[in-house]
Design a protein around this ligand. Structure first.
Ligand SMILES: [Zn+2]
Length: 68
């Protein structure tokens, strides 16, 4: 299982941040018209016990070591 490099804890907190970008135009009535939608996810992992966290994305290797 994965164990935190810092404290050996085996429980991690995962934070998923979804960013939605929408390109809009406005017609003569001022009504909003959506043109393009772009969605991206960012994922962070953090040790539940000591708060050691990965830089970006889902890199468990950054903060934990595998032990049988
Ligand atoms: Zn830890």
């Amino acid at each position: 299982m994965w164990k935190c490099k810092e404290c050996g804890c085996t429980t991690f907190k995962k934070t998923i941040i979804t960013t939605t970008e929408v390109l809009v135009t406005f017609d003569e009535d001022g009504e909003e018209e959506e043109k393009e939608v772009d969605q991206s996810n960012e994922c962070y992992l953090e040790c539940k016990n000591c708060g050691k966290s990965s830089s970006i994305f889902n890199f468990i290797e950054d903060i934990a070591e595998w032990e049988e």
